[in-house]
Design a protein around this ligand. Sequence first.
Ligand code: OAD
Length: 244
Amino acid sequence: MQSVLSSNISAELRRRINDASRVLVLTGAGVSAESGVPTFRGGGNSAVWKGMPFDVISSAGMVSRDLPGVWEWFDYRRELLKSLTPNPAHEAIARWQDRFRGLTVVTQNIDGLHQLAGSKKVIELHGSIWRTRCVTCNSRFAISRTEERRSVCADCGDRLRPDVVLFGEMLPPGAFEMAAEQAAQCDLCFVIGTSGLVYPAAGLPEIAKAAGACVCEVNPERTPLSFVCDFVLTGKAGEVVPLL
Ligand code: OAD
């Protein structure tokens, strides 16, 4: 892999960034990789849990079959996340709030690291590991970083589940629609650290491109989305994003 240097970010990309006013940033697991969060694909210890592939333990069916098992896995992941901090990519993206007139961060990550870095407008397409949701009345409760998580719903007393999107489930109501609206209105779209394999999130760069936006990918590897992009910056998010 030949990584991007500040000097080989093209003048054309710099011009597009300087001229941009509405910017959409789509992020995936790769943006958090340098914080120590394992990615889903391409290795990492989140791919398998007690012999079960992540798309099995993280599936809608598991909530009805074995909710304590699902909690065991998510509690384990949350425990790992507790000590992790935002990396230079999260921090640079948070600073972009002051640089562009409109900035929307759309993330597939559930780790909360964009918010921890200071990003305010974050659309979480796949929910958050820092929230819990009632299986009956859908009330949501924040999970504290310091206290035990609540075990039953404060509103109706039923069981709580992680407020994350599991395989076979719909996205949170309105989340994708809001993201798609922003994608259709942006003039610059960054696609950072996602394999681009999971829809509908992976459709956002295409929506942006079709609406006339410039699309720029940051990833150490090429992805199916590279073909949609006007610029492909090969390298790690934590190294490349601060150069932009
Ligand atoms: P993936 O694990 O599929 O892809 C991670 C991407 O990050 C790959 O393209 C890597 O090349 C790239 N990558 C690795 N290290 C990087 C770094 N330091 N800087 C930049 N990029 C790096 O993760 P996602 O695309 O986020 O959904 O996966 C999408 C969804 O699939 C997840 O949200 C999850 C999973 O199923 C649910 O759980 C609902």
